[in-house]
Design a protein around this ligand. Structure first.
Ligand SMILES: [Zn+2]
Length: 138
């Protein structure tokens, strides 16, 4: 997901953007797609409106939910974010299918579906190795 596509609704602060990008790299595609949908929905909501709304951070709450740090929100946006939070609690972090809060193969609780739960160990390792390589290229 490219945050710059939704730059109107994201903070202009470089450090905050950097943190959000790091966050998006730390979660699976299932959850990244939810963040993308959230960004689209908020952008649509704010179309042709004069608003200072900004997303300035994201937090993974116990692998169970994504918390959106925001400012200058409106009732309509709060409603969109509320639904987004509920979706994160029921959507597989990895693949985006319906998931539930349960232990993965590494014995950590996360929102995951049954089929990803079985192959999670491999995915986690692959991510670890990819991040390790990325660290070298920085
Ligand atoms: Zn899954």
């Amino acid at each position: 997901m490219n945050i710059l596509k939704y730059r109107n609704i994201y903070t202009a602060n470089r450090n905050e953007l950097y943190e959000i990008n790091n966050f998006l790299e730390s979660i699976g595609d299932g959850w990244v797609n939810l963040v993308e949908k959230l960004s689209e929905d908020i952008s649509k909501e704010l179309e042709n409106k004069n608003s200072n709304f900004k997303i300035c951070g994201m937090k993974n709450i116990k692998n169970n939910m994504i918390y959106i740090k925001r400012k200058y929100s409106t009732k309509e946006i709060e409603n969109i974010i509320h639904h987004f939070e509920i979706y994160t609690m029921h959507t597989c972090n990895i693949c985006g299918n319906e998931g539930k809060y349960q232990k993965n193969k590494n014995n950590e609780f996360m929102v995951i579906c049954d089929s990803c739960r079985l192959k999670d160990k491999k995915t986690t390792w692959l991510k670890y190795i990819l991040n390790f390589i990325k660290g070298f290229l920085k």
